[in-house]
Design a protein around this ligand. Structure first.
Ligand SMILES: NC(=O)c1ccc[n+]([C@@H]2O[C@H](COP(=O)([O-])OP(=O)(O)OC[C@H]3O[C@@H](n4cnc5c(N)ncnc54)[C@H](O)[C@@H]3O)[C@@H](O)[C@H]2O)c1
Length: 463
């Protein structure tokens, strides 16, 4: 089948690659020229330096005959003559702190698309096409898409909602072997086209292929994300806080007690200083906004958002509260800038708020390391005298007053091996926002380091 992707970010690029690998002929359009060049380069390393997703580079290189990236709308218009499905993978960020989704990216793309669709097949519009919302959108978005198309005079089309459930960092693996595919449509004809596009999943005995209406599909995505976000908030704000408050409670031990109950499950049972990324926060805010606009209360949704938000403030505040730490003129190591491991995405990363806080506190130097996300971080905190970037976490921590661990890259678990022997004179305060060194807290304490960790009471170093 012939499939067009509009928007080539994490969602668009990864699912376009899967479509090509499923035997379809794929065209990907984006307005970002640099991104299109890099993703279409045919070079694995170039792809990965654009979108750090395990397996994406290999998949694009392997299927390069079946996938093309373009910024040329003329190509898109030609493709519309034969196109079976158009996946809309546009950003839908929050407008300020209102909860409302900014749909301008989507509307701009849909408007332009409607003009192209109207002209297809020399104006006869003979070819039936489905427009598929893959972006996370408000529940009534299907109506808005239809309005745009109808107003422009587009004929012979259907609108489908097919929310994306990928997990960044595991997007390719997750999309090749999804646990579910959710397709929302009004018409059997649209379901039929979607089944053909997703034949490999429709036929798979391990994938739950769920057909609902478009509003249920959109609502299902928002509610699924809220449920996961709420679980994370419980882990941070209730389980973590309990462990920080009462001596003798170990987070990892309690996790074992909880995780063995299948009703609770294992997903998300870790402590952190923030659930960041591009989805959980904005989707919870959007759900709250939609409920309130419809005259409902959204206390639990808002409470979850606030519980997440306060973690970082509480964590950073502990330095002043527990060791009377004065940040002025200090040398800080900031370890990890991605919002989580296995990605170069820094959207809603705790490190951004930490960077702004350190600037405000007029620290002397911030020494930074992340295995994948430093280029993106440099766009926010320019490399210079205050923000200094390193090629290894061991270099970044040298001679610092505080070491803040903000991302859970597995390699950071080895940091104590270098901190303990190499910090004989000056013992930095260890602030572990991810419990990456929990297996070494006892050794660090014995060696004289003070440790502030999420999910632990203050650990005072032996002097
Ligand atoms: N990132 C995730 O993990 C994830 C998971 C599930 C769902 N989603 C949802 O999917 C949607 C896309 O997310 P993303 O992370 O891929 O976003 P992204 O910001 O990584 O990518 C969006 C792309 O759209 C392009 N774009 C903007 N306006 C355009 C236009 N008019 N025409 C063509 N291209 C245009 C941008 O240049 C960008 O490359 C959002 O609604 C998001 O909530 C994201």
């Amino acid at each position: 089948m012939n499939i067009l992707y509009i928007g080539s970010g994490f969602v668009g690029a990864c699912s376009a690659a899967i479509s090509a690998a499923s035997g379809h002929n794929v065209l990907v359009y984006d307005i970002d020229e640099k991104k299109i060049q890099m993703l279409g380069s045919g070079d694995r390393d170039t792809v990965e330096s654009c979108l750090f997703e395990d397996g994406l580079g290999d998949l694009l290189v392997r299927n390069k005959e079946r996938i093309e990236f373009t910024i040329d709308y003329g190509k898109v218009e030609d493709f519309l003559d034969i196109c079976d499905g158009i996946f809309m993978c546009l950003p839908t960020p929050e407008i300020g702190e209102t909860g409302e989704s900014n749909l301008n990216y989507y509307f701009d793309a849909a408007q332009k698309l409607s003009e192209g669709l109207k002209k297809r097949n020399n104006g006869s519009q003979d070819k039936y096409v489905v427009i598929v919302n893959k972006s996370t959108v408000p529940i009534d978005m299907v109506n808005k898409t239809q309005e745009i198309m109808d107003e422009a005079g587009v004929k012979n089309y259907g609108v489908v909602s097919n929310p994306e459930f990928l997990v960044e960092g595991k997007a390719v693996e997750g999309s090749l072997r999804p646990d579910r595919v959710v397709v929302g449509a009004w018409k059997e004809q649209d379901f039929e086209i979607m089944r053909r596009m997703y034949q490999r999943f429709y036929d798979s005995p391990t994938v739950k292929y769920i057909e609902v209406n478009p509003k249920e599909a959109a609502a299902g995505k928002l509610l699924a994300n809220f449920t996961l976000f709420n679980k994370l908030a419980i882990c941070f704000d209730v389980i973590g806080r309990t462990c920080e408050t009462f001596e003798g409670l170990n987070y990892e031990s309690l996790r074992k007690v909880l995780a063995t109950d299948p009703r609770i499950g294992t997903w998300g049972l870790y402590d952190s200083l923030y659930a960041g990324g591009s989805c959980f926060i904005k989707d919870a805010r959007s759900l709250s906004h939609q409920l309130q606009t419809a005259g409902q209360g959204a206390a639990l949704v808002d409470g979850t958002y606030l519980a997440n938000k306060r973690q970082l403030e509480m964590f950073i505040g502990r330095a002043e509260k527990e060791v009377s730490f004065d940040w002025t003129n200090k040398k800080i190591a900031l370890i990890g800038t991605a919002f989580k491991r296995d990605t170069n995405d820094i959207r809603n990363s705790a490190s951004i708020d930490i960077g702004h806080f350190l600037k405000e506190k007029q620290v002397d130097e911030v020494h930074i390391y992340d295995p994948a996300a430093m280029d993106n971080f440099k766009l926010v905190f320019e490399e210079g005298d205050q923000f200094i970037y390193h090629n290894h976490e061991f270099d970044a921590v040298k001679d610092c007053d505080v070491i803040i661990i903000a991302t859970d890259w597995p390699q950071f678990r080895g940091l104590a091996d270098v901190i303990i022997p190499e910090s004989k004179e000056k013992k930095p305060l260890i602030m572990d926002g991810r419990r990456m060194l929990q297996h070494r807290y006892g050794d660090l304490q014995e060696a004289g380091f003070d440790v502030i960790a999420v999910g632990s009471p203050f650990i005072q170093g032996k002097k």
